[in-house]
Design a binder for this molecule. Structure first.
Ligand code: NAD
Ligand code: UDP
Length: 318
């Protein structure tokens, strides 16, 4: 049994991770300030004696004795990370410093949930880990992109300077049950709009692409990465290379929900990346043949069922 700290553990990915780590027989300490997380995501874990929950903001130091730290605390959707951009940078940068300081003191292995956004609007396609990216440092996405880039720098420097045992994964667009219903991400937006027979809001011409990964595939890659030998630190892309345009996604969601929704076009947000697809060769090689298993239509069906249930029980009103 390992003692594992998950920051951002009440969020979408973090709550799935806490559940999975508990199922694997670990002791899990979940830390969250509930900015975008929700106690409802983890309430079912409360009866487990090996689960602990602490309200804490990672911009402040935190002390605990653990063997591993998954650093996920950070709002991940444009609406939420742009709500208070200075706080977003603080969460990424000061959160990384605080958690790396903790890892250094207690000699824990620490994994950073970095992002495909470090590649910005990429000029290399698909993106490999050695691509340095094409990021606007002063745009509306910069608080998130540059915050995450600086966090990667801190992870590498704590490793080189202080010998901290680090792992960096770059997560590509991930979806699934427990996504925040109001965070404006494309999968949750389209599903809720389709279930309510409202217009499907495409920003731009819908030809921009993303590669969507179901959350269970991410968890498998993330946990394998955490448990790789000390000398493999990444960064490593974790994503599904099957690329879809946003228009294709809209059409698939309409089909799978049997919705009467029509597609409506709106202006594209600033700095919206046009194409994004991971090259996952490194992950396959280093993570014991890891690759995503769940195709988009299968993952969407599970996610649609989740949001359908929330709407029927009137747990969400959007
Ligand atoms: P999320 O917003 O659902 O979860 C983030 C969690 O962090 C929330 O529970 C939130 O309350 C918590 N949090 C935010 N600021 C905090 C702070 N200062 N102190 C303590 N807790 C704080 O997002 P998610 O989709 O679950 O993403 C989890 C991580 O994975 C994030 O670091 C994100 O950048 C990264 N990531 C996610 C995706 C994706 O597609 N979901 C893609 C790339 C990277
Ligand atoms: N998008 C859209 N309609 C929506 C929400 C998003 O067309 O209702 C587009 C958005 O402009 C982007 C893509 O879908 O091109 C993915 O957006 P999301 O915010 O989910 O992820 P990210 O841009 O961070 O990859």
């Amino acid at each position: 049994m390992k003692r594992i700290l998950v920051t951002g553990g009440a969020g979408f990915v973090g709550s799935h991770l806490c559940e999975r780590l508990l199922l694997e027989g670990n002791h899990v300490l979940c830390v969250d300030n509930y900015f975008t997380g929700d106690k409802r995501n983890i309430v079912h874990l409360m009866d487990n004696h090996f689960f602990e929950l602490v309200r804490h903001d990672v911009t402040q130091p935190f002390f605990a004795e653990v063997d591993q730290i998954y650093n996920l605390a950070c709002p991940a959707s444009p609406i939420h990370y742009q709500y208070n951009p200075i706080k977003t940078v603080k969460t990424s940068v000061m959160g990384a410093i605080n958690m790396l300081g903790l890892a250094k003191r207690i000699k824990a292995t620490i994994l950073q949930a970095s992002t495909s956004e470090v590649y910005g609007d990429p000029e290399v396609h698909p993106q490999t880990e050695d691509y340095w990216g094409h990021v606007n440092p002063i745009g509306i996405r910069s608080c998130y992109d540059e915050g995450k880039r600086c966090a990667e720098t801190l992870f590498m420097d704590y490793h080189w300077q202080n010998n901290v045992d680090i792992k960096i994964i770059r997560i590509f667009n991930t979806y699934g049950p427990k996504m925040h219903p109001n965070d404006g991400r494309v999968v949750s937006n389209f599903i809720i709009q389709a279930l309510k027979n409202k217009d499907i809001t495409i920003y731009g011409d819908g030809k921009q692409s993303r590669s969507f990964q179901y959350v269970d595939d991410l968890l498998e890659g993330m946990i394998r990465m955490m448990n790789t030998p000390k000398d493999f630190i990444g960064p490593v892309n974790i994503g599904n290379p099957n690329e879809f345009t946003i228009l294709e996604l809209a059409q698939l969601v309409i089909e799978l929900t049997g919705s009467k929704s029509k597609i409506a076009y709106f202006p594209s947000p600033a700095d919206d990346p046009t194409q994004r697809q991971p090259n996952i060769s490194l992950a396959k090689e280093k993570l014991n043949g890891w690759e995503p298993k769940i195709p988009l239509n299968e993952g969407l069906i599970k996610t649609i069922a989740y949001f359908d249930d929330l709407l029927k029980k009137e747990i969400i009103t959007v």
